[in-house]
Ligand binder design. Sequence first.
Ligand SMILES: Cc1cc2nc3c(=O)[nH]c(=O)nc-3n(C[C@H](O)[C@H](O)[C@H](O)COP(=O)(O)O)c2cc1C
Length: 254
Amino acid sequence: MVLYYSATGNTAFIARLISEKLGDELLDLSERVKTGDTSVISSERPFVICSPVYVCEMPFFLRDWLKKVSFSGSRDVYFIFTSGGYAGISGSLAKGIIRRKGMHYMGHAEFKMPRNYIASNTYPELEREEILRRISTSRDKTDEAAECIRKGERLRARYVFLFEKIITLPFTPIWIKLKQPSKDFHTTEKCIGCGKCAKVCPINNIRMENKRPVWIKSCAHCMACIGNCPTEAIEYGNITQHKVKYNIRKYLDN
Ligand SMILES: Cc1cc2nc3c(=O)[nH]c(=O)nc-3n(C[C@H](O)[C@H](O)[C@H](O)COP(=O)(O)O)c2cc1C
C-alpha cells in the first residue's frame, strides 16, 4: 500500500506513479493526519510511505501521526521523500520510528522536486523550465524505485553523515519555533471565503471568521493554504506577493 501526505502535490504525484507501477492501493493520509485518526491500516503488501521534507526532516505532524498509528499485515516499510534537493536526516528518523514499531525499515528514496516553500526568500524562485525538468526527471526515477520495491529489495539513498544529525536534531525545532509564525499570513481582496485553506490545513491551524481565514498559532508552513487557494488570495507578509503560488497542478498536462 502506498500512503502519502502532500501539501502542494509533489509527493502526491510521485506516490501516484509508484502505486500505479506497483499496481498497489493508494491512500491519501491528509484526512487521517488532520483528524488524528490513528486506527489500524492493513496491507499484505509492503507499506510505502511518501512524505515531503520540511527543514531536513519529515513534517512534524506526519512524524507524530506515524508514531501513533498501527499497521497490520506486511512488516516491511519503505519511505519516499520529495524535497527541493536536500532530504537531510529524514531517512534516519523514519528508520527509528519504524524499528520502534517492530517493523522492517526497507530504506528510502529521495526525489528532487520543485521547492514549494515560497514563504522564504532564502532560495530564488525556479524558472518554469527547471520546474518541468525536475518533475520529468523524478517521473522517470519512479521506475527504479518501484522496481526495487516490487522485488522486495532495499531502497538505497545518500549516506547521511553524523555531523548532519548533530546539526539538524537541535536546529530544526528552534527553526520551526522562530521562523514559522502564522501572523504574517493574510488574504487579499481576492478571497471568496470558500474555506478551502482551513480544509487543507493539516494541523487545523486556520479558523474561518466572518468568511475570512484566521491563522491561529505558529504553523508548519507547509504551503497547503497558499498553494491550494482557488483565487490565489493568500499571501505571507510581502514575501509571496510577486511569486507563483506553487502547486504541481500548474505544471502537469491533466
Ligand atoms: C516548511 C518547508 C520546509 C522545507 N524544507 C526543505 C528542506 O529542508 N530541504 C529541501 O530540499 N526542501 C525543503 N522543502 C521543499 C519541499 O520538501 C518540496 O518542495 C516538497 O516536494 C513539497 O512536497 P508537497 O508538494 O508534496 O507538499 C521545504 C518545504 C517547506 C514547505
